[in-house]
Design a binder for this molecule. Sequence first.
Ligand SMILES: [Zn+2]
Length: 136
Amino acid sequence: MPRKRPTRMRGKQLKHTMNTRKRTGICVTRYCRKPQCKRGGGYCSGCKMRVWRACNPLKARLANLRKRAKANGVPFDLDIEWLYTFLEANAYDPKIHHIDRKITWGGYTKGNLQVLPYSENIAKGNRERHGQAHMF
Ligand SMILES: [Zn+2]
């Protein structure tokens, strides 16, 4: 049986149904049907994270870099003050720039990062991958 779509307007009803759902209602985000997260203020964990990333863009950027370093098994020694000054100095715009590692196999360290436009960064990757091949 399909559940009714929850909306912000239906807050009272959500509270009312909380007992039957073992104290977990549905996320307050429109069209999101995941269960509310503990201390999420009515959001599910994913929507809470999205809100947090929107409110803390710099911390989110740093967390993302740390996650990538961990996934690739490379060293990581950045902190938030350094990242702030670095991005300010390079006029970083998340819509056009990537944070790129100068040496691809190097880590996310303070000397090894640069700000590149998307196209440059992708071209750099292609040169590394197909640098020897003569395609045309
Ligand atoms: Zn949600």
